[in-house]
Ligand binder design. Sequence first.
Ligand code: PGA
Length: 245
Amino acid sequence: MKLIVGNWKLNPPTLNEAVALASGVAYGLKPEHFEKVVLLPPFVFLEELVKRFKHFQWGAQNVFWEKTGGYTGEISLAMLKDIGVNWVLAGHSERRRYFGESDADVNKKIKAALGADFNVIAAVGELQQGDHADEVLASFKKTAEGLDSFSLDRLIVAYEPVWAISTTPGAKPDSPARSNQIIGELKHAAFKMFGESSKKIRFLYGGSISASNAPRFLSEPYIDGALVGGASLKADEFTAIVSRS
Ligand code: PGA
């Protein structure tokens, strides 16, 4: 089963619009689709959305690794768990680019989240288009260093070439064949790190996924799902991606 994650980023501006978007997605999905969908709205809408839409798996776009203390502006895993959330995204390229998150920070977030029984989507990807597989693999190794192999069934790695993310000027999607190849290399690197347990990790592609190109990405053998940004803000487009996966 493919996993389709909708990352709403800094959208929409109001709770009413968030509820309308979630309603539109719920309306467009068949009952059997819900288990393959994870939605990541802004923090402030999570509690209400979890209460109103119990069939979705809801997650946060970020989390801090410490449990409590003097960390102004941060959100803990316990706070998320308290409102019924057990998915988090860690290390999205926008967090890395605009908020200075490093591979070491992302590694701490993943360890804390897996340790607290969360499902974690960890993002890695190169900045520039070209032959940068080494950069992606190096970032993945640092990001995944020292993880407990017993929790890898709750780890999802999203390969997101930054140049292919729709908010990057001039972005266009990667080719399905190339992203499949990079994900194959990531799977190989994971096998070297964790052996057989690495086969439990799911790997997604993200970057300008649309209803029209999704089937080509999702039919590639190494790609286990998609991380969808812009298209997750349009209920019709997003449900078409899910239906075609
Ligand atoms: P995009 O975003 O689908 O709008 O390219 C993907 C992401 O950043 O998660």
